[in-house]
Design a protein around this ligand. Structure first.
Ligand SMILES: Cc1cc2nc3c(=O)[nH]c(=O)nc-3n(C[C@H](O)[C@H](O)[C@H](O)COP(=O)(O)OP(=O)(O)OC[C@H]3O[C@@H](n4cnc5c(N)ncnc54)[C@H](O)[C@@H]3O)c2cc1C
Ligand code: FES
Length: 257
């Protein structure tokens, strides 16, 4: 069973527009791609916890990177260092460990949150990490400064051309896949994930995508987060919170391909 724990906020700061980085005192021993369910209030309002990916975890604490989009995340943004936070986790399956020496990570906007922890762990395991990061504009491309030197390549793409490639982040994948398939790990908006899976498939590369779904219990009991997947054996229904959030991309998007 996932553990419920109260952790103290060590650091909490705005790192980009509407984007907060929070560091909690202690570790949850998470694997990259796992998430925690955060209780944003000490009362029953709002009742449901909010799922947030593990952005970093280890002796320096548990870090979360989140964007304020609604009531729950705005309540979270009001918390101060020294406040306590009720956390459930780690939850979910996490990204599979690649056999290959070189991997491609494709992040869209706040989807970079879990990929930063994945990049760090892959780097520590001696893998070469190509990090492709897309967003609407330059201000949304936040990465921890300590991560950047460990990356083999970092390329950026923006919708408005304010930095990096002017266009879609998926257009950056091609030059890295032309010399042979590499595993691709991705997190971001659904449209981007669909394009990542399609691009990877066109180079015979395996893509894994981390999905976001509205969640209630977070532990597999309520069936509130079920998605339809296409597996070799046929259509199946899986819970994003316990069977995911990471799934083979072709099972999510390439229905029948
Ligand atoms: C496994 C997982 C990991 C996640 N990791 C992160 C993370 O690291 N950083 C981060 O900023 N966000 C992450 N999210 C999304 C985050 O959970 C939602 O943004 C948050 O729950 C919104 O709560 P709210 O009360 O502020 O917004 P609400 O008032 O509940 O909703 C505001 C808007 O956000 C949309 N929304 C709400 N919840 C979700 C959701 N789960 N997925 C997609 N859209 C949603 C709503 O449709 C609505 O448009 C993750 C979601 C999942 C499922
Ligand atoms: S959120 Fe309840 S089963 Fe996934």
């Amino acid at each position: 069973m996932p553990q419920k724990r109260v952790m103290q906020i060590k650091e909490h700061s705005l790192v980009a527009p509407d984007t907060w980085r929070m560091v909690l005192d202690g570790s949850v021993s998470a694997k990259p791609g796992q998430f925690v369910q955060v209780s944003v209030s000490s009362t029953y309002d709002p009742l449901l916890r909010r799922p947030i990916s593990v952005h970093d975890d280890g002796p320096d604490g548990l870090a979360l990177l989140y964007r304020t989009v609604g009531r729950g995340t705005h309540m979270l943004a009001e918390k101060k260092p020294g406040d306590n936070l009720d956390i459930l986790g780690p939850l979910g399956n996490g990204f599979p460990v690649p056999a290959e020496q070189k991997v491609i990570l494709v992040a869209g906007g706040i989807g970079a949150a879990p990929l930063c922890y994945l990049a760090k762990k892959l780097g520590e395991a001696g893998k070469q990490v190509i990090f492709l990061f897309g967003a609407q504009n330059a201000t949304q491309l936040y990465l921890p400064k300590t991560l950047i030197p460990s990356l083999t390549a970092l390329e950026k793409a923006t919708d408005d051309g304010s930095t990096g490639h002017h266009g879609l982040v998926t257009e950056l994948m091609k030059k890295y896949l032309e010399n042979g398939p590499l595993p691709v790990y991705s997190c971001g908006p659904e449209g981007m994930l669909r394009a990542v899976v399609k691009t990877a498939a066109s180079y015979n590369a395996q893509a894994y995508v981390s999905l976001e779904a509205r969640m209630a219990c977070g532990v597999g009991a309520c069936l509130g987060c079920v998605v339809e997947l296409s597996q070799k054996s046929g259509k199946t229904y899986q819970r994003v919170c316990v069977d995911g959030p990471v799934f083979p991309g072709e099972e999510v998007f390439c229905h029948g391909c």
